[in-house]
Design a protein around this ligand. Structure first.
Ligand code: RFL
Length: 412
């Protein structure tokens, strides 16, 4: 890292990669780059406390666990218990256990909540002298198609800074600034709105024996573990419902009905939000020396648990491409980054779309109609009875499906 005074009086620096955003994507990029000796600066709009408390995903899929293993980082950054590989579908109160491991050798998925992964990635990076700058403002990108882009921002005390770099990793989520720096017309946005809302609540209440998806005539519901004494619940609701429409007693009544579990133990609700189920892909995921990683490039409806796992996939490909550039002056992987990421993105979008439609249509015939409900129930029946269908489902859940995976990383 080179440091000097800029003409504007602020500090001017130089690094190899500026990473914008310290969520799962940005922190994974930073840790992988550090592992192979490439320097980077991470710029984060929120405080360290803000980033640490954002609770979303709960499972790091098998493919991502093996990715961290291949970099020698799994023990350091993954926490939580191993996922036992069983998923429960409860259809009108009837239990169907589906094995979501694909029988392959190697470690399986981990019940590692997103905030635990983020906390571990942050601690690991800072312990190795990594540079994460929190509470930055006014991040702007310049000269992205030149040889040395610059990133400007203000630090928490208002001081302007300029960083010159080789690459910018846009890891600032769907509402960040990096994608907005791409000129109009360069990226195509392909989106889909399921016309369905979800209420999600986080509660200090016992987790289920297995991650649970429930189909019922009253609508979809789900119950997922988020630690030894914590659970996340989902309830299908009208697309524009507000969290205020769901006081505690209504949440627990609806869960007990839809999960067909009148004895479900309630607990204090610590977080409650509603959102629309939507999916979005921006293509390509690159502009000049800006590479979009994770939610900055794509949003996946949470059904199937793919959003964070895709962010980890992108981060792996990007870090290895930069390593090849720095170590071997080989830009092959940089050139194919967008194409390779998008292949997996569409693969996971398809799985997520299939599962979203199946669990909603199977229970709800109020606006989709009995024809689609019966189709969805036929798909579920096939999943519960056909070993071949179950194996295909498991391959998608683990992320080890035949969609091309990159070869294992070799660090250093
Ligand atoms: P993030 O997590 O949004 O992090 C982006 C970071 O960038 C910062 N930032 C900026 N920094 C500097 N300057 C700016 N101008 C900035 N603008 C933003 C933000 O403060 C933030 O720290 O994106 P990232 O890293 O790509 O990670 C993506 C995942 O967070 C996301 O895909 C998952 O949470 C999606 N998701 C799930 N994924 C799964 O794999 N499994 C799940 O079970 C799962 N459940 C979920 C989810 C998402 C949910 N939401 C968002 C609806 C459940 C829910 C409720």
């Amino acid at each position: 890292m080179v440091l000097r005074e800029s003409e504007s009086g602020g500090a001017s620096q130089s690094t190899t990669v500026v990473v914008v955003g310290a969520g799962p994507a940005g922190l994974t990029v930073a840790n992988l780059l550090r592992t192979c000796g490439v320097d980077c600066v991470v710029l984060e709009r929120g405080s360290r406390e803000y980033v640490a408390q954002r609770q979303r995903a709960g499972i790091v899929e098998s493919r991502a666990v093996r990715m961290f293993e291949s970099w020698g980082l799994a023990d350091l950054v993954l926490g939580g218990a191993p996922h036992d590989g069983i998923l429960e579908f409860r259809v009108d109160g009837e239990t169907h256990l589906v094995d979501d491991t694909d029988g392959s050798e190697g470690p399986g998925a981990r019940l590692c909540p997103q905030q635990l992964l983020v906390a571990n990635l942050t601690a690991a990076h800072l312990a190795e002298g990594g540079d994460i700058r929190y509470e930055v403002a006014d991040v702007s990108l310049h000269d992205l198609t030149g040889d040395r882009p610059t990133v400007r921002y203000r630090s928490a005390d208002g001081t302007p800074h300029t960083i010159t770099c080789d690459f910018v990793a846009g890891c600032d989520g769907d509402h960040g600034v990096t994608r907005a720096a791409v000129p109009e017309g360069v990226l195509s946005a392909h989106g889909f709105d399921h016309g369905v809302g979800w209420l999600t609540v986080l509660a200090d209440a016992p987790p289920p024996a297995h991650p649970l998806l429930a189909v019922s005539p009253q609508g979809f519901a789900a119950h997922f573990p988020r630690g030894p004494r914590r659970s996340r619940y989902y309830l299908q609701c009208p697309p524009d419902d507000r969290p205020e429409a769901w006081p505690d007693h209504r949440v627990w009544d609806a869960l007990r009905t839809r999960l067909a579990d009148p004895a479900l133990t309630a607990g204090p609700i610590t977080d409650r939000e509603t959102f629309r189920l939507r999916s979005l892909v921006h293509d390509p995921m690159q502009y000049g020396r800006l590479f979009l990683v994770g939610d900055a490039a794509h949003i996946v409806s949470p059904m199937g648990g793919k959003g964070m796992n895709l962010a980890l996939y992108d981060a792996d490909l990007f870090a290895r491409a930069v390593r090849d550039h720095v170590r071997d002056q080989d830009d092959t992987a940089l050139r194919s980054y967008s194409r390779r990421c998008l292949r997996r993105v569409w693969n996971d979008q398809e799985f997520s779309h299939w599962l979203t439609r199946t669990v909603h249509d199977a229970g709800d015939d109020t606006h989709r109609g009995p024809f689609l409900r019966n189709l969805a129930r036929a798909r579920l029946h096939r999943l519960f009875t056909s070993p071949t269908a179950a194996q295909a489902f498991a391959e998608q859940m683990t992320g080890l499906d035949p969609a091309p995976n990159p070869p294992a990383a070799t660090s250093g």
